[in-house]
Design a protein around this ligand. Structure first.
Ligand code: SAH
Length: 360
């Protein structure tokens, strides 16, 4: 008989982990150990991900004893909604409390093609990007895979009321996903699994600030998941000023890892490039950027800085944003200016959480 993976064993022994953390195959192994037939895994996944029940007792085709075993071993949803903001453009920002009292946020964005959910991967962040609100209180802890999955389910439950579906997921909320790599991969596998949420890999995007060793690992996973890198600077000097992570893994090493990713997966890469007034937003920077990414199959997303009160960056003037875009286009770069959503709510990453924290 296959053994339960050590981490699953530890989780079960230590505390009631979220059942959403379990892969389909892990659940089968657990059932086997409990003397249950493996088709129960299909039934349980159906209740969790199709019916989206929040109580084991609602899983009516399971025996009472199995339901009891499940609820004494696992929790279902580890999230409690504590605040909700809705923007006029349809963006919904949810603040959740975790079982240990920490809070995280999830954003549901409405696009022409459907609803995209932006999930948090860590409670806080330790990377210290100088423009970002998520990192203000440092890193509290990693999220379990199930705590990330639960955000997608909570968003889907909110959409169920309107008869809509989560059509894509972006891991671009609070935290650095590649600083919580194992749980990230577990999460991706569950939401992608055909018996899980069945969200197609091409509808999932992971963004990293540039944790280089994990870019190699991610390439080797050979997933069809979209990959984005927060580049934000065309030179290593400017990047180090904006992002301390660049001191650990400088720009040339980052670019090497991205080339490896592309050679291994043959997939296009997205570069996020925040425009910070007077720092990285001039035509000369656009030219350097075009040179830096030459030869890569890629797309550049320009993000005019979101104002964060604790950070003193200023927005780039409209005409400078367009000049930047034009310079890239003329150099043959695929580029778009990110459409802003939720401007009337705490839109920037980590802002709702930071502001709720201040109120307390
Ligand atoms: N840690 C990962 C995932 C977060 S994605 C990463 O860095 O990629 C969130 C994106 O928003 C990142 O590109 C981040 O750099 C960017 N961002 C954070 N704060 C911002 C701000 N104030 N203005 C514009 N972009 C910001």
């Amino acid at each position: 008989m296959q053994e339960l993976k050590k981490e699953v064993q530890a989780e079960i022994a230590g505390k009631k982990g979220s059942i959403y953390t379990l892969q389909f195959d892990d659940l089968k192994v657990w059932l086997q150990e409990e003397g249950e037939p493996s088709f129960r895994a299909d039934q349980i996944f159906y209740w969790l991900y199709d019916k989206r029940v929040e109580q084991f007792d609602e899983m009516t085709n399971l025996s009472k004893s199995l339901r009891e075993k499940l609820s004494s071993t696992f929790s279902i949803t580890p999230l409690k909604e504590v605040a909700k903001q809705e923007s006029v453009d349809g963006t919904v920002k949810l603040l959740f409390e975790l079982e240990d009292g920490n809070t995280i946020e999830t954003v549901v964005m409405k696009h022409g093609y459907g609803n995209s959910v932006c999930v948090t991967s860590q409670v806080g962040c330790r990377l210290g990007c100088t423009f970002c609100a998520s990192t203000l209180g440092g890193l509290k802890r990693n999220l379990e895979a199930g705590e990330i999955t639960a955000q997608v389910l909570a968003s889907q439950r909110a959409l169920d009321e309107k008869g809509e579906r989560v059509s894509s997921v972006v891991v671009m909320g609070i935290g650095e996903p590649f600083d919580n790599y194992k749980e990230l991969i577990g999460f991706l596998k569950v939401i992608n699994h055909d018996k899980g949420l069945n969200i197609g890999a091409r509808h999932i995007t992971v963004s990293t600030s540039g944790v280089v060793p994990k870019i190699y690992d991610f390439a080797d996973e050979k997933l069809q998941i979209n990959f984005a890198v927060s580049l934000h600077a065309p030179t290593t000097e400017i990047r180090s000023r904006l992002m301390p992570v660049n001191r650990a893994w400088p720009l040339d090493k980052l670019m090497e890892s991205i080339k490896y990713y592309q050679e291994t997966t043959n997939r296009r890469v997205t570069f996020e490039y925040g425009l910070f007034g007077g720092v990285n937003d001039q035509v000369e920077h656009a030219k350097q950027l075009a040179e830096l990414i030459k030869g890569l199959k890629c797309h550049v997303n320009l993000i005019p800085v979101n104002y964060v009160p604790e950070r003193d960056y200023v927005r780039t003037k409209r005409e400078d944003i367009f000049a930047f875009e034009k310079t890239l286009k003329e150099a043959g770069v695929n580029v778009t200016i990110r459409r802003e959503q939720g401007h009337d709510i705490d839109a920037a990453c980590g802002q709702l959480r930071a502001n709720e924290g201040k109120k307390k």
